[in-house]
Design a protein around this ligand. Structure first.
Ligand code: HEM
Length: 227
């Protein structure tokens, strides 16, 4: 029998919205010299969140595990074909096309964060700055495709996927539900992010970054103009 069942655990949901927020914030502050400290803080947050997600991909609940959405190219092709049919394939966790975007976003987030760190620390000269900018632009494109995919999929299956990423619940067979929300892990994740932001704003992480910050007094977020 179908009913509302829990699909996304709390750490996965908090990870997602904090990632979206960090990416949006880092993007919006990327052109600004005035907000470059915020930009760097959000970049570190993005890297930390992805490091968490890499662990959670093995330690998380059923639908958060990489094994649940590591589809073969044939499965991805089949799914894409099914989209044109009257009954497109339906998945409780990530569907095969969505899974490609998820892996791509995680890899791009990691590569964008690392190339930003290299730029900020003056390692590798101008080259990483270009790479960083290119990766960030490419990531924005994939985010756009990701959001479009979520909207199309929501219409095709008449289910609000974005709401499910907020509440954790979808319509499904009761025995397919995950049993635990893993609230404590989510709390630790949110506390870690909040603690990091607090320390950053209070200047307590100066030893970590600002010795470098002086070296990068001229850092402008990788762009030519000012705020
Ligand atoms: C308003 C903006 C956004 C909405 C509505 C949205 C919505 C969603 C939804 C519904 C899912 C689950 C897809 C499914 O059911 O298979 C998802 C997954 C995901 N989204 Fe987004 N998303 C947004 C922005 C972003 C941004 C900006 C990023 C990256 C910077 C992002 C990265 C991801 C990742 C990595 C996952 C996989 C979650 C996981 O398994 O941990 N999303 N998103």
């Amino acid at each position: 029998m179908k009913s509302k069942i829990l699909v996304w655990d709390l750490p996965t949901r908090w990870f997602h919205w904090l990632l979206a927020l960090s990416f949006a914030g880092a993007w919006l502050t990327s052109e600004s010299e005035r907000y470059s400290a915020l930009h760097v803080m959000l970049g570190y947050t993005l890297l930390g969140l992805i490091a968490f997600r890499l662990v959670w991909g093995f330690a998380g609940t059923r639908y958060a595990r990489f094994a649940d959405f590591a589809y073969s190219p044939a499965k991805i092709g089949q799914y894409l074909k099914s989209l044109a049919s009257r009954s497109p394939g339906h998945y409780l966790g990530h569907n095969p096309a969505g899974a490609v975007a998820v892996f791509l976003l995680l890899a791009l987030g990691l590569a964008t964060g690392i190339s930003g760190w290299l730029t900020y620390n003056d390692i590798g000269g101008e080259a990483y700055e270009e790479v960083h900018e290119f990766l960030a632009n490419f990531m924005l494109l994939v985010v756009g495709v990701h959001i479009a995919g979520v909207i199309v999929s929501s219409f095709l299956h008449r289910e609000n996927l974005a709401r499910a990423m907020v509440t954790g619940y979808k319509e499904g067979e009761t025995d397919a539900a995950i049993r635990q929300k893993r609230g404590l892990v989510a709390l630790l994740l949110v506390a870690a992010v909040a603690g990091f932001w607090g320390l950053w704003f209070n200047g307590n992480l100066d030893s970590l970054v600002s010795g470098q910050a002086e070296a990068h007094a001229g850092y402008d977020g990788g762009h030519d103009d000012d705020d």
